[in-house]
Design a protein around this ligand. Sequence first.
Ligand code: AMP
Length: 171
Amino acid sequence: MMDLKQHIRHVPDFPKPGILFYDITTLLKNAEGLKATIDRLAAPYQGAKIDAVIGIESRGFILGSAVAERLGAGFIPVRKPGKLPSKAIRETYDLEYGKDALEMHADAINKGERVLIVDDVLATGGTAAAAVQLVKKGGGELQGLAFLIELTGLQGKSKLPGERVFSVLQY
Ligand code: AMP
């Protein structure tokens, strides 16, 4: 099996001093790396009857749309404020570096649809927790959250109580 960690670049002090940034562009540009990444992110949900994958801006778009296609599901973007053209619902949250908000189109999820949230990194969990709230407000049945990378020392899972959290790689 391909060692995905070998292809992830570690960038110290980006975007701020003290942050070690996990750069997945070096993994995704590799054809075998991209395929293995999507294979491993999607594998636990084959047969889970996922209706839609929610991808969090912006690296969650890259991974989430590929996972959605692999699962035969639709794709729903969760975006930074002011980017979505139609009526949106909003949730504010704390980042590992700063504060922000996320939005989703109010009519994106049909009531009772089975949804999966996908993002690249689970750090403090604030971003993912906001996405969970948007799914609940939007009427979705959350089946789980899938991350390529989990920074276990930051205990992001503690912000996602009762949710099924999967990560391909742990640091
Ligand atoms: P958090 O809300 O702290 O879990 O942060 C998660 C979001 O921030 C994800 O969308 C990641 O893309 C990004 N992120 C946080 N920490 C890092 C990191 N060390 N390297 C790369 N991306 C990160």
